[in-house]
Design a protein around this ligand. Structure first.
Ligand code: MOS
Length: 707
């Protein structure tokens, strides 16, 4: 296939505002919990206040007598669900969503009941009045780097990769870095909370939801409730952010149970506070990196060990050694991903899982090595550009990391940089700059699409994509327009409906690529069918595609997006305050479909990187296991005042095996961003910060050159 099917200038690569933008800013676009249903009842989840134990009793009688209350569902009366089925990607499903099936409480914030009433206020008041008696057991919620129950496990990739004699290569090295890094619990916090409405309609279960893949949710609901997949429809038209958290969760399952019991539509929405217990989060990590290099910077030894936590009910491994398996080779190369099971909720995918925390440790360690060797940090990375995947041994599907660094250095003004730390001042501020590399896997998942030529000359694309704020709907409109050789105005893209058939979820930075592929296949066949003299009947002409076979025939390559991150910070040594003054990223992320929304996605990722470096931290109370400050007032995410000039650019890059040349830009923007900030803080102050976030108290404790 070629990327430029026609002589007419293509829409792909040109800037377009969001096709649903007007609907969103005028309020015409409705989010899941805003859509009205006649006869709607409202469910409110009751979460465990103990960290571990059993439910002895629930005093439901007084609550059932409260105004508007229709039922209280709990383990004693809720419908049974199946839990023994293959989950997403063949793994075991996270039983967190299979609510009210037993009396065990495996972690704080475990859903123990759903109170359903006529109004959300009545449901909330009754839920808060429900007295639950527990039999408490001792709990362990404290994550430590040397936890005795930690053990290596597979996650994204194997538990352990190993080649060469690490100790011998370290001993033979001219410079060695051996450092430990930690990152805290981090919470997705999409603006739109999770919310679902379930109802039965002519024997079919219909769920209106906010998620990252309606097939995913529909499939799990069918499995849980032992329904034929065709008897479940899930829709999710507009999604106010997901960041990995919007899959199958307690609220959808509880809503289906209540709709089944009450035989009327039931809506369950999470509060912001409940999201900290029910929506997943990023595990904290404790990472140890050992690097050994020759005097010229060539790596002889690289070891990356990562420990994360998981719950006692389901295993999720943050796999933070992932970037070391792709970024740099060494004669001795060891990586290990371990987990420890604690009495906490199950962590999940969040904003570049693995790579975001892993790149903080790895790219900080590279900066420390550059300092020790007296080599420029960019030169050090360029001298270690591998020929092939260090662990996979596969050729790269284009890497272009050096092009990103060259272009980034030029735009950022790196050439004039004085490498000495702690010598630049602006009044009370110490100034510094830092850089780091970024990478994230690029892939595609099997998808189907239907493209219809309408009798009026327009085209309708139906694909079960999810636009979680990325601009996917708009990108797909541009891809479809080019594939059909028409202007984007003549193409309508409908997404977020499981009745459209299977498609990849919006996850793993694979959405736009996966869906574009399916649209291209269907559009190509449609164009063949629509010979110039073919008259389109009133019902239109529809062609369906399925990319399963095409993806199965893909060439084996190590496929990643890459990037170079740059940051300038100012540090006040008297208050410990760190301000990012500017950030700049240059990415090699395949063909960029819509420069306008792509820039937003990449700068958004970089802002999350600032947030990760300086602000985000979920803190638990050891005594109760619960969170301190489970709200956006206490859990600070970078706000407008924290975000200075942030620029994202890209270099020419093109996946050789993708029909459009796409790789994926969903997550690479956050990768390396926190390390660039931390490296800049070192350059400003001469002090290394190996523990995120770089809070004022940590800056003060670590000290800095005299103010
Ligand atoms: Mo993303 S963390 O794969 O939603």
């Amino acid at each position: 296939m070629t990327t430029a099917p026609t002589a007419r200038q293509g829409a792909v690569g040109t800037a377009h505002t969001r096709v649903e933008g007007r609907d969103k800013v005028t309020g015409a676009a409705r989010y899941a919990a805003e859509i009205p249903f006649p006869g709607l009842a409202h469910g409110w989840l009751v979460l465990s206040t103990v960290a571990r134990g059993r439910i002895r009793a629930l005093d439901t009688a007084p609550v059932l007598a409260m105004p508007g209350v229709r039922t209280v569902l709990h383990h004693g009366n809720a419908p049974q669900v199946a839990t023994d089925y293959p989950g997403l990607m063949g793994g075991k499903p996270d039983p967190t969503a299979a609510v009210f099936q037993h009396d065990r409480v495996p972690h704080p914030g475990w859903p123990v009941a759903l109170v359903v009433a006529e109004t959300p206020e009545q449901a909330r008041e009754a839920a808060e009045a429900l007295v639950v008696h527990y039999e408490q057991e001792p709990h362990d919620v404290v994550f430590t780097a040397d936890h005795p129950r930690a053990r290596p496990t597979g996650g994204f990739g194997p538990a352990v990769t190993e080649k060469g004699d690490l100790e011998a290569e370290l001993a033979a090295s001219a410079a060695v870095v051996d450092a430990e890094y930690t990152t805290p619990e981090e919470y997705h916090n999409p603006m739109e909370p999770h919310g679902a409405t379930a109802r039965w309609e002519d024997g079919r279960l219909e769920v209106v939801d906010s998620n990252q893949g309606t097939m995913w949710v529909a499939g799990e609901l069918a499995n849980l409730f032992s329904l034929d997949p065709s008897a479940v429809r899930v829709r999710s038209e507009h999604v106010g952010g997901g960041f990995g958290s919007k899959g199958v969760r307690a609220h959808q399952v509880a809503a289906v149970m209540a709709a089944t019991v009450l035989r009327r539509p039931v809506r369950v929405v999470m509060t912001r506070r409940q999201m900290f217990s029910l929506a997943g989060y990023r595990s904290p990590t404790a990472q140890r990196i050992r690097l050994g290099a020759d005097a010229d910077g060539r790596l002889r030894a690289l070891e990356h060990r990562s420990l994360s936590l998981t719950s006692t009910v389901h295993e999720f491994n943050e796999s933070a050694s992932a970037p070391s398996r792709v970024m740099y080779d060494a004669d001795a190369h060891h990586t290990v991903n371990s987990v420890v099971r604690l009495d906490v909720g199950t962590p999940t995918w969040m904003r570049a899982p693995g790579e975001a925390p892993g790149s903080f440790a790895l790219e900080s360690a590279l900066d420390e090595l550059a300092e020790k060797l007296g080599v420029d940090p960019i030169d050090l990375r360029l001298r270690n550009e591998p020929e092939r995947g260090p662990v996979s041994g596969l050729p790269f599907a284009g890497r272009n990391l050096s092009a990103c660094f060259r272009e980034g250095a030029r735009r950022f003004g790196w050439a004039d940089r004085d490498p000495r730390p702690g010598v630049r001042r602006d009044g009370r501020w110490l100034l510094g700059t830092g850089t780091a590399a970024a990478s994230f896997p690029a892939g595609a998942g099997p998808s189907t699409a239907a493209v219809t030529a309408e009798a009026d000359g327009s085209f309708t694309v139906r694909i079960n994509a999810a636009d979680i704020g990325t601009g996917a709907r708009t990108a797909l409109t541009l891809v479809a327009a080019d594939a059909l050789d028409v202007v984007p105005d003549r193409v309508r893209v409908r997404i977020g409906d499981s009745d459209f058939g299977p498609a990849m979820i919006a996850g793993g930075s694979t959405g736009t690529r996966s869906w574009s592929w399916a649209i291209r296949l269907a559009a190509a066949e449609l164009r063949e069918r629509l010979a110039p003299d073919v008259r389109v009947p009133p019902e239109g002409v529809t062609v369906r595609s399925d990319t399963t076979a095409a993806l199965g025939a893909l060439t084996q390559r190590e496929r990643h997006s890459y990037g170079a991150q740059f940051a300038e910070v100012a540090v006040d040594p008297a208050t410990g305050e760190v301000r990012v003054r500017r950030m700049l990223g240059v990415f090699a992320a395949g063909r960029i479909v819509n420069p306008l929304t792509a820039r937003g996605q990449l700068t958004g990722g970089m802002v999350w990187g600032i947030s990760m470096a300086l602000h985000e931290e979920g803190v638990r109370d050891r005594a109760t296991g619960g969170h301190y400050g489970a709200d956006l007032a206490s859990y600070h995410v970078a706000a407008h005042a924290d975000v200075p000039a942030v620029e994202a650019h890209w270099v020419d890059d093109h996946d050789p095996d993708d029909p459009v040349g796409i790789k994926g830009i969903g997550e690479v923007g956050i990768v390396g961003a926190a390390a660039a900030v931390a490296n800049a803080v070192w350059h400003a102050t001469g002090v290394r910060h190996r523990h995120l976030p770089i809070r004022p108290d940590r800056v003060l404790l670590a000290g800095a050159p005299d103010a």
